[in-house]
Design a protein around this ligand. Structure first.
Ligand code: GLN
Length: 186
């Protein structure tokens, strides 16, 4: 089982380290054809507009879109924005695989970046969550399971084989989100 970590921009190496620490084989995906050789994909945080520019230039967008509609994907922060069906603040193209409406940079200056503790449905008690210019999930469709909320908003969700977090699980010393993802991939 090989996990492809999209390595265009953002904190992809942190994801790679966590996944390798859990015993997974990791490939850093920089070209669309590399998706043929992985079983699941992680789309990291970063700047979603920068991802989009690159994906659209390299003919990557369609291939990644097809991939996430049939195979497991984990998107964090900008990755969650890319997976969403609807993006606001402003609206922009996305892969449309996860039935949520998400608003970019939605928490304003004061809460722009914060570390919080919140309950999750994953066993093991409250989880530390690092938010960096985080988006807010404003709507979650019927098929979407909310695995954690913080401040009244869903922050960790799952629909079928897709998981998304508006925070950065790869930056905390807690690998439960990646563990749950690998479990799903198996
Ligand atoms: N603010 C970024 C965006 O809109 C996301 C930030 C992040 O990934 N930490 O794409």
């Amino acid at each position: 089982m090989t996990i492809g970590v999209l390595a265009i921009q953002g904190d992809y190496e942190a994801h790679g380290r966590v996944l390798e620490g859990l015993g997974a084989k990791v490939t850093y995906v920089r070209k669309p054809e590399q998706l043929d050789d992985v079983d699941a994909v992680v789309i990291p945080g970063g700047e979603s507009t920068t991802f989009l520019k690159f994906l659209e230039q390299q003919n990557f967008f369609g291939k990644l879109g097809d991939f996430v509609k049939t195979k497991p994907a984990l998107g964090t922060c900008a990755g969650a924005i890319l997976l969403a069906k609807e993006v606001e603040g402003p609206s922009q193209a996305s892969l449309g695989a996860l039935d949520i409406r998400i608003r970019r940079n939605a928490y304003g200056r004061q809460l722009e970046s914060s570390i919080r503790q919140a309950e999750t449905k994953l066993a093991g008690g409250p989880m530390e969550m690092v938010f960096i210019r985080a988006p807010r999930i404003e709507r979650a469709g019927k098929e979407v399971e909310v695995l954690a909320s913080a401040g009244g908003d869903p922050v960790l969700v799952r629909q079928g084989k897709i998981m998304a977090a508006t925070f950065h699980p790869e930056l905390s010393d807690d690998s439960r989100v990646h563990q749950a993802f690998l479990q799903m991939v198996k």
